[in-house]
Design a binder for this molecule. Structure first.
Ligand code: PDD
Length: 276
């Protein structure tokens, strides 16, 4: 198995990270997770567009043209013969003696690995439970930074309470999951939080929106509250690693059993037809 490190294909055992990398000290960096189906990357350009946006928002320059980075990642995927799995890539601001003030002459550090990983079809069939918990993250959740403590703590509390994923809410407004976007179905309409600074604009979310437009399913980028959720027909989560997974039950700061999953089933089916 190779990883991408030191600007080249590197055997995993030989890859090292500098102790003074700002990613290590400050979580000063960005990342993407991209799926591979049958060895082919899914929504490749979209992920790199978001990567470039995250970089720009954090004043992170690319150490080489983005097209070259994309080519490097394809080289890694080929070298590892990934079939069904993911590629994880991240870019930190680089190596500097610890100082909150970053200098602008550092060379950002890109690392990546691939992993063979099937889609969680058991979750997609059986559905999951969510743990509703206050969203305590910073106010730039639209940037895909490696600084993920709010997400990590929420995910742990979900697991500790017997749930698969967190349902984050700021006050009464539902934002997203710890690593997923969240969608509510009510009277045939799909609602999800607008893509502003409170959520990550998921690439899977974008793809679902496209599927809905094609199928004539009403898709509203309108935030919903915990109270709205009491009257929901269906709830589902979506991400690169999960695809679309139905929610059976929510507990935590609220309690709700979802009565249906017919529109979720329909979307899951379209997703499977269109993902290759
Ligand atoms: N998570 N919201 C958050 C907070 C996320 O971390 C993610 C992705 C998503 C869904 O985005 P996308 O559809 O582009 O995967 C929403 C990745 C997979 C992760 O951290 O592993």
């Amino acid at each position: 198995q190779y990883v991408w490190a030191h600007d080249q294909l590197t055997p995993q055992e030989e890859a090292g990270v500098h102790l003074q990398d700002r990613g290590y000290y400050f979580g000063d960096g960005i990342y993407e997770v991209i799926r591979l189906y049958d060895g082919k990357p899914f929504l490749w350009d979209e992920h790199f567009e978001r990567f470039a946006r995250s970089a720009a928002e954090l004043d992170l320059p690319f150490p080489k043209p983005l097209e070259h980075i994309m080519q490097d990642m394809l080289t890694l995927i080929e070298a590892n013969h990934v079939h069904n799995g993911i590629i994880y890539l991240q870019m930190t601001r680089g190596v500097q003696e610890r100082n909150h003030l970053y200098s602008r002459d550092m060379i950002p550090v890109i690392t990546a690995f691939t992993k063979e990983e099937d889609v969680p079809s058991h979750l997609q069939e059986e559905g999951i439970t969510l743990w509703a918990v206050e969203d305590i993250r910073w106010l730039r959740c639209d940037i895909k930074t490696i600084n993920l403590l709010g997400n990590v703590m929420a995910k742990r509390s979900a697991e500790d309470n017997g749930c698969h994923e967190a349902l984050l809410h700021r006050g009464h407004t539902v934002t997203e999951g710890s690593s997923t976007n969240v969608f509510m179905v009510q009277n045939g309409v799909i609602y999800t939080h607008p893509a502003d600074n409170y959520i990550l604009k998921g690439i899977t979310r974008q793809f679902i929106q496209k599927l809905c437009i094609e199928k004539g399913i009403p898709f509203e980028e309108t935030a919903f509250t915990l109270e709205d959720l009491q009257d929901a027909d269906e709830l589902f989560i979506a991400s690169t690693s999960h695809e679309i997974v139905p929610v059976n039950h929510v507990s935590g700061t609220m309690e709700k059993t979802l009565p249906s999953r017919s529109l979720t089933d329909q979307l899951q089916q379209s997703f499977q037809e269109r993902k290759l």
